[in-house]
Design a binder for this molecule. Structure first.
Ligand code: F6P
Length: 408
């Protein structure tokens, strides 16, 4: 009987991608499905026949709880672009022969845009060939750029971390009372959702960052320097947030102006790094004041010690919903999060056609960005604030969070 399950993790990790894995595993077990296999390093590892029986690795309720609190991808991830069927049928033959060998009836892939493209291709192949395996995607990305879903698991926790450390950096910048420009560089590629979360720092006890630059608006280096000078007329410390993906009017990434080494992945995505450092150098040269470049880099997506409880729970539910959808007969679908209300915040899961999601990049609406392109509106804050609520304390051992790690 074809009752077994396989699950993989793909793309850049988040603080809560393992919570989705836990949701898939637990729900599959609760619903009487067979062996739950995990792909090592996503579809790339599966093609190399690297997979494991997860029940030999996740053996207790404590393991599930630790998994929900462990950042990075427990099974390992990949950035592997599945060829189109007509480009390389052998790859599909290989994947489906493994699916047959393991008697897999349910295939789950936890990932972002590129990973949903994998679900799309595999489910199309299954439909064309009349294969009975069902393919369902579980959304994940700190970038929050997946279409249709209200937001993506992983985004809320990264936003909570970014809002928090931005507030701390603003506080630190005030210490000497001297001129200082701090530039915080945030991930998110071509969408500014995550960079905008620096605005969450603003509150009764903090004025928030002074300037926020998202990739949705072309960046002008001269205007930026002029803005910083203007703010410095009334305050010594200026805190700026820039997205790693901000571009000049001609479409070049600002980071291309820096001397950061260039790395391009299988999807043709350039590694975006060095924007904050480059702009700090410009400020130092043009204004001659002290600067600090803070590239949050991987810290923003692995800070599970301060993950959002809402996010951990939604990631778990999304995994569970994918299993239930597949049991109900869904194929070529992705789970989406549907916000029911803001206050009290309520959100539910639904099932959506993955063809309408994959390869579409959802950007921050321009109405949520101020006219001069240097800040975000209250609408953005209202949208984001519920997603960062609550904490799940880490299991502390010797003063450091305990993780569940994969033992070969
Ligand atoms: O896909 C999410 C993301 O974290 C992006 O924000 C970032 O640009 C990219 O991944 C970095 O990817 P990698 O870890 O492969 O360098």
């Amino acid at each position: 009987m074809r009752n077994n399950v396989i699950v993989g993790q793909s793309g850049g990790p988040t603080s809560v991608i393992n919570s989705s894995l836990a949701g898939v595993y637990r729900t599959a077990k609760e619903n009487g499905l067979g062996t739950v296999y995990g792909m090592r390093n996503g579809i790339q590892g599966f093609l190399e026949e690297r997979y494991v029986d997860l029940s030999k690795h996740i053996t207790s309720d404590l393991d599930i709880e630790l998994l929900k609190r462990t950042p990075s991808a427990y099974l390992g991830s990949c950035r592997y672009k599945l060829p189109e069927i007509h480009e390389n049928r052998e790859v599909y033959d290989k994947i489906f022969s493994l699916i047959d060998k393991l008697e897999i009836g349910y295939f789950f892939y936890i990932g972002g845009n590129d990973s949903m493209d994998t679900i799309r291709k595999l489910s199309d192949y299954a439909i064309v060939t009349g294969h009975p395996c069902r393919f369902v995607g579980v959304p994940k990305t700190i970038d929050n750029d997946l279409a249709v879903t209200d937001h993506t698991p992983g985004f809320g926790s990264a936003a909570k971390f970014i809002g928090t450390v931005t507030k701390e950096a603003i506080r630190d910048g005030l210490v000497y009372g001297n001129k200082l420009v701090t530039i915080i560089e945030v991930m998110g590629r071509n969408a500014g959702w995550l960079t905008a979360s620096v605005a969450l720092a603003k509150g009764e006890d903090c004025g928030g960052p002074d300037l926020i630059y998202l990739p949705e608006v072309p960046f002008d280096v001269e205007k930026f320097v002029a803005k910083v000078k203007e703010i410095q007329e009334t305050q010594p410390s200026v805190v700026v947030a820039v997205s790693e993906g901000i571009c000049l009017g001609d479409g070049r990434y600002v980071c291309e102006l820096s001397d950061a080494a260039e790395f391009v992945d299988a999807f043709g995505h350039r590694q975006l790094t060095g924007t904050a450092r480059y702009l700090c150098n410009v400020i130092a040269a043009e204004i001659g004041c002290k600067t600090r470049a803070i590239e949050l880099s991987s810290l923003q997506r692995c800070a599970s010690h301060m993950a959002s409880r809402i996010d951990i729970n939604e990631a778990f539910s999304a995994g569970g919903a994918a299993v239930k959808a597949a049991i109900d007969g869904d194929n070529g679908r992705m789970i989406i999060l549907k916000r029911v209300s803001d206050d009290p915040y309520q959100c539910t899961t639904e099932v959506y056609d993955v063809h309408k999601v994959s390869n579409v990049e959802k950007k921050v609406p321009l109405e949520w960005i101020t006219e001069d392109g240097t800040n975000v509106s209250q609408e953005y804050v209202n949208y984001c604030r519920p997603l960062i609520q609550g904490e799940v304390p880490p299991v502390m051992v010797d003063g450091i969070p305990r993780h569940l790690y994969f033992k070969e």
